[in-house]
Design a protein around this ligand. Structure first.
Ligand SMILES: NC(=O)c1ccc[n+]([C@@H]2O[C@H](COP(=O)([O-])OP(=O)(O)OC[C@H]3O[C@@H](n4cnc5c(N)ncnc54)[C@H](OP(=O)(O)O)[C@@H]3O)[C@@H](O)[C@H]2O)c1
Length: 223
């Protein structure tokens, strides 16, 4: 499978490049970066020049919103499957991406958290909320994270019908991504905490997406 990574110099992009490069079933044929680099593969400044020169099955994007939008849309228009983990998408972006994926018959998976956003955890949180309806969300990330609140916090806020003023963002050094969902009633509370200790935590979800997205019926836009 021929893969291009958009954001290949970033913390996630570089981690993923190292990981996928050691797996024989994937071939990272190129990367997209604003920097000129020597990574042993072709690096393109933008998706347009990449599409002109490479045959690609799937674009994996961990970059920066809104810059990622054009890259994602161009990939879909050119019949390339898309996996995007970049956070900060708006609802209307999802509608446009959905339209393009259907029109060009390609798969697309956008998830704010490839380690945490899954059916089991969603069902667990909905189940706890049925007993303890007062919910607050705390998200902790590294000081370098640019968007706030996190895409994961916004995703769970939407899922659990939590008002924006009940999401709390903390930016501190030494943290990758932690989320705490507090559930309470008048007499008791439960806190569900999810902490990322290593970016390896995202890999299972991303590998699953790499397989799923090759089915053009797969349109999972979790914004
Ligand atoms: N879905 C998930 O599971 C998951 C997990 C971790 C992170 N994320 C998200 O993935 C994205 C990337 O995270 P990261 O930690 O890898 O970030 P990062 O280290 O800041 O890397 C982002 C990369 O995006 C590129 N970029 C393109 N346009 C940019 C712009 N205008 N400003 C800044 N960077 C730009 C940069 O590459 P060049 O300078 O080479 O162009 C940069 O290296 C974020 O949105 C983050 O929230 C999602």
């Amino acid at each position: 499978m021929k893969i291009v990574i958009n954001g290949i110099t970033g913390r996630m992009g570089a981690f993923l490049f190292d990981y996928l490069s050691n797996r024989p079933e994937y071939k990272v044929v190129a990367g997209i970066s604003r920097q000129s680099l020597d990574l042993g593969i072709n690096i393109y400044y933008d998706i347009k020049s990449c599409l002109e020169n490479e045959e690609i099955d799937t674009l994996i994007d961990f970059s920066f919103y809104p810059n990622c939008l054009d890259t994602v849309k161009q990939a879909l228009i050119n019949n390339v499957n898309v996996i995007s983990g970049t956070t900060g998408y708006k609802k209307y972006d999802g509608q446009q991406i959905n339209y393009l994926a259907k029109k060009h018959q390609v798969g697309v998976i956008i998830s704010p958290n490839f380690s945490m956003v899954n059916k089991e955890i969603e069902e667990l949180t909905i189940g706890i909320k049925n007993y303890l309806p007062y919910v607050e969300i705390i998200e902790e990330h590294n000081i370098h994270k640019k968007d706030k609140p996190s895409g994961t916090a916004k995703y769970f806020a939407k899922l659990l019908d939590v008002e924006p003023d009940k999401i709390h963002s903390i930016r501190i050094p030494g943290v990758i991504a932690n989320h705490h969902i507090l559930f309470a009633d008048l007499n008791q509370s439960i806190t569900l905490s999810h902490k990322i200790h290593d970016r390896q935590a995202f890999i299972n979800g991303i590998e699953h997406a790499i397989i799923e997205v090759t089915n053009y019926n797969t349109i999972q836009i979790m914004i």
